[in-house]
Design a protein around this ligand. Structure first.
Ligand code: ADP
Ligand code: MG
Length: 339
């Protein structure tokens, strides 16, 4: 007698959710990335009780066609790639078609959406992967999605969450990185009715840095730029005198996707040569523009890690650009010296 059977969809989604949706911050990340992929200019994030009560993301993006709303919650349903060919040159944040079904399988989700020029939008309500309601809704262009009762049906996950302060810190961290990666988008972040962060969306990266790390820090950032045949680098790095005790104030984005990469982080630090004290690290935001064929983002379900072709060439370029910029700075008398 055979024992093998296929799992039902909801169970399969819950298993996928185990990898993609670890905590409230993962929900914020996935929802905001969807807003960015939908060409939003404004993204408002409203969180209650560190996301344990609710996470809501409102955008002014493309919206979802009413006939696609149900499909958006099916696993491996996506509007972002079509073929195997596309997988090797992903231009969007998402492409796996996993976030919405994963979130809906472990929470209560209400999504309201409308596209430009439509007479009405659509609203769908799901809980634990089951559709509870779907009806016409207002025609405000964009998408408004609210997630409550996270992990109500996966008690082990719920227990594994850290303190509300820690979960809030993780949410704040991911919003900061997304804002740094997308200075042309206006973000706001409200927690328990209090606005914690806002960016203007005027493509001024230094302003975003100042909004996150403080005005003083913003003033001590140097703009860096450089390119070779494959890579284009731009961003801000702190003067060697402005450092922190950890590497977490370094943000690296590849084609505006926030990534973690040890080698690239090391390259930034190496650009300072011997100018940093032991155990001290700079603040930095570095965006790398490259042809998407040079990066494989399909390494990790949460897409935080990526594999790069020509990584050595890139690390050399990063170090060189920073080293040169800091050398120039040292030639100019420090205007702040007597303050
Ligand atoms: P992916 O982002 O990998 O495609 P998701 O499960 O996150 O998968 O979303 C499924 C689909 O729903 C997306 O491909 C997109 O077409 C649509 N979608 C989700 N969120 C939004 C949004 N905020 N605005 C417009 N479309 C969205
Ligand atoms: Mg997505």
């Amino acid at each position: 007698m055979g024992k093998i059977h296929e799992l039902d969809n909801i169970l399969a989604d819950q298993i996928a959710a185990g990898e993609v949706i670890e905590r409230p911050a993962s929900i914020v990340k996935e929802l905001v990335e969807n807003s960015l992929d939908a060409h939003s200019h404004r993204v408002d994030i409203i969180v209650e009780n560190s996301g344990l009560d609710s996470v809501r993301v409102i955008d002014d993006g493309d919206g979802i066609a009413a006939e696609d709303v149900k499909l958006a919650f099916h696993r491996h349903a996506t509007s972002k790639i079509n073929s195997r060919h596309d997988l090797f040159k992903v231009q969007t944040m998402g492409f796996r078609g996993e976030a919405l079904p994963s979130i809906a399988s472990v929470a209560d989700v209400t999504l309201t959406t409308a596209q430009a020029g439509q007479e009405e939008g659509a609203m769908i309500h799901l809980r634990g992967g089951k559709e509870l309601a779907m009806k016409p809704a207002g025609a405000r262009q964009g998408t408004d999605i609210k997630v409550t009762d996270l992990f109500f049906n996966t008690p082990a996950r719920l227990k594994y969450l850290k303190s509300p302060q820690t979960e809030l810190a993780r949410i704040t961290d991911i919003i900061n990185r997304l804002a740094l990666a997308n200075p042309a988008v206006a973000f706001s972040f409200t927690h328990n009715g209090r606005e914690l962060f806002r960016s203007a969306g005027n493509n001024n990266l230094q302003q975003v840095v100042a909004a996150i790390y403080g005005v003083q820090a913003g003033r001590k950032m140097l703009e860096v730029k450089g390119e070779d045949n494959d890579f284009k680098i731009s961003g801000f790095v702190s003067l060697p005198e402005l450092t922190r005790a950890s590497r977490q104030y370094i943000t690296i984005t590849i084609n505006h996707r926030y990534v973690r990469n040890f080698e690239l982080t090391k390259a930034i630090i190496q650009g300072y040569e011997s100018k940093l004290m032991v155990g001290r690290y700079p603040l930095a935001v570095i965006n790398i523009d490259l042809d998407p064929v040079l990066v494989d983002v399909n390494v990790h379900p949460a897409k935080r890690e990526v594999r790069l072709s020509k990584e050595q060439q890139l690390t050399k370029l990063i170090s060189k650009v920073i080293r040169k910029r800091i050398a120039v700075e040292n030639l100019i008398p420090n205007v702040d010296a007597d303050q």
